[in-house]
Design a protein around this ligand. Structure first.
Ligand SMILES: *Cc1c(COP(=O)(O)O)cnc(C)c1O
Length: 382
C-alpha cells in the first residue's frame, strides 16, 4: 500500500494538492484571507444574505430565545417550533405539501436516495451530478448507472438497458461546476415513459432562478408531479446552513421514518432555522436582488467578450473559464491571488481529467467596479 506521505507527494507533483485558506470577518465580496484583503469570486452566497442585517438580527434574537444547540435529534426532543415553522414556510415556498429539514445537503441526498431505493432498483444519474448524489447511490443497495452529461438519448438508452424494479432519476438543477441547467422537462418525460421517479437537487437554482426564486423548476414551468422530489440547500443563496427535501405528505412521513441521515443526527441549531426564515422572506420578496444578480452576470459576460476571454455557456452565477490543464488553472489562480483576487482553480477529481477550470461565482452584492477589476486582471494574466 502507498504510504500517506507518498500519496501526498504524488498529489503535489500532479498539481492536485488541496489546501485551505483562512478567512476573517463575514462572508462578502471583500474578505481578509490569509491575512490579506482579497476580492472574492468564489462564494455561493449568491444574494449576499450570509451577512444580511435582517438575517443576522433574526439569528441573534433566536439565540436569546433558544440558546445555541438543539440538544437532540428531531425525533427525540430536538425539533423546535423554529424548525417546524421553517418547514411549513419552505413547503409553501416550493408549492409542496410538506418539507423536511436536514442538517446538510450532503446528508439530505444520502438520506433520500438510500431510503427510497434498495436491492433490485436502479438509480440513474447525470455524470456531472454533485458528489453527494453519487455517494448517495453508492450507499444504497441499488445499482448506480450514470448517463452522459445532459444527454437525454444516453439516459433513455441506459434505462432501456438496465431497467430496475424501482427507477430513480436524479439530477442537479444547476450543475455546480459547470453552471449549466438540466433539461428537467425532458427528464420528466422520459421518466413518465418508463415509470421512473425524478429527484432534483437544486442547491444552486433555489433563490437564484425563477421569478419568485423557486429555482430550476419554476424557470422551466414544471409541476410537482413532473418532479416529485425536490432537494434544496440553505447554505448557498439562502446564506445560512442546512438543507431540506420538499414533496408529498407521504414522501416526508416516509423520510421521517426511514432516512437514516435524518433520524440519527442532531437537529440544526434552532437559531439557524430562525435566521433562514428571515432569509426566505428576503428571497421571496426582494426580487430586485435576483434582477441585480442577472444584470451583473450579463455585465461580466459582455466584459469578457470585449476582452477576448472565452467563457463557457452559462447564464447562472456560476461562470467558467476553461483551462484544461490543472497546472495552468492553478497558475492563473495563483497569479490572480497575488493581485488580491480569489478565483479558485477547480481540478480533478472535482471535474473530469483535462477539464480544469477557473470557477467564478457572482453575487448580487458585487459591484460593477469589482467585476471590471476581475476582468482586467484576467485579461492581464491570460
Ligand atoms: C453544496 C451542494 C450540496 C451539499 O450541500 P451542503 O448543505 O453544503 O452539504 C449538494 N448538492 C449540490 C448540487 C451542491 O452544490
Amino acid at each position: 500500500m502507498q504510504t500517506l506521505t507518498d500519496t501526498l507527494a504524488q498529489l503535489q507533483s500532479d498539481n492536485l494538492y488541496r489546501q485551505r485558506r483562512i478567512t476573517q470577518g463575514p462572508q462578502g465580496p471583500k474578505q481578509i484571507i490569509d491575512g490579506k484583503e482579497c476580492l472574492t469570486f468564489c462564494s455561493n452566497d449568491y444574494l449576499g444574505l450570509a451577512n444580511h442585517p435582517d438575517v443576522v438580527e433574526a439569528f441573534k434574537k433566536a439565540v436569546d430565545e433558544y440558546g445555541v444547540g438543539s440538544g437532540a435529534s428531531h425525533l427525540v426532543n430536538g425539533h423546535s417550533k423554529a424548525h417546524h415553522q421553517l418547514e411549513e414556510e419552505l413547503a409553501e415556498f416550493t408549492g409542496r405539501e410538506r418539507a423536511l429539514l436536514f442538517s446538510t445537503g450532503y446528508m439530505a441526498n444520502l438520506g433520500v436516495v438510500s431510503a427510497l431505493t434498495g436491492r433490485g432498483d436502479v438509480v440513474y444519474e447525470d455524470k456531472l451530478n454533485h458528489a453527494s448524489l453519487i455517494d448517495a447511490a453508492r450507499l444504497s443497495d441499488a445499482k448506480l448507472v450514470r448517463y452522459t452529461h445532459l444527454d437525454m438519448d444516453s439516459l433513455s438508452e441506459q434505462i432501456n438497458h438496465h431497467g430496475g424494479e424501482n427507477k430513480l432519476i436524479v439530477t442537479d438543477g444547476v450543475f455546480s461546476m459547470d453552471g449549466d441547467i438540466a433539461s428537467v422537462d425532458k427528464i420528466s418525460e422520459i421518466a413518465q415513459q418508463h415509470s421512473a421517479t425524478v429527484m432534483i437537487d437544486d442547491a444552486h437554482g433555489l433563490g437564484v432562478l425563477g421569478m419568485s426564486g423557486a429555482g430550476t423548476l419554476e424557470l422551466l414551468h414544471l409541476q410537482n408531479d413532473d418532479v416529485p422530489i425536490l432537494m434544496g440547500t440553505l447554505g448557498k443563496a439562502f446564506g445560512t446552513f442546512g438543507a431540506f427535501v420538499a414533496g408529498s405528505e407521504d414522501l416526508i412521513e416516509y423520510l421521517i421514518n426511514k432516512a437514516r441521515t435524518y433520524i440519527y443526527t442532531t437537529a440544526l441549531p434552532p437559531a439557524v432555522a430562525e435566521a433562514t426564515r428571515a432569509s426566505l422572506n428576503i428571497v421571496k420578496n426582494e426580487i430586485w436582488l435576483r434582477e441585480q444578480l442577472q444584470k451583473l452576470i450579463s455585465y461580466f459576460r459582455d466584459g469578457a467578450v470585449q476582452r477576448g476571454l472565452v467563457l463557457a455557456e452559462s447564464f447562472t452565477p456560476i461562470q467558467l473559464l476553461m483551462m484544461g490543464d490543472a497546472a495552468d488553472a492553478l497558475n492563473v489562480s495563483n497569479k490572480l491571488k497575488q493581485q488580491g483576487i480569489l478565483v479558485p482553480a477547480i481540478r480533478p477529481p472535482t471535474v473530469p481529467e483535462g477539464s480544469a477550470r477557473l470557477r467564478i461565482t457572482l453575487s448580487a452584492i458585487h459591484t460593477e467596479a469589482q467585476i471590471d477589476q476581475l476582468l482586467d486582471a484576467l485579461e492581464k494574466v491570460k
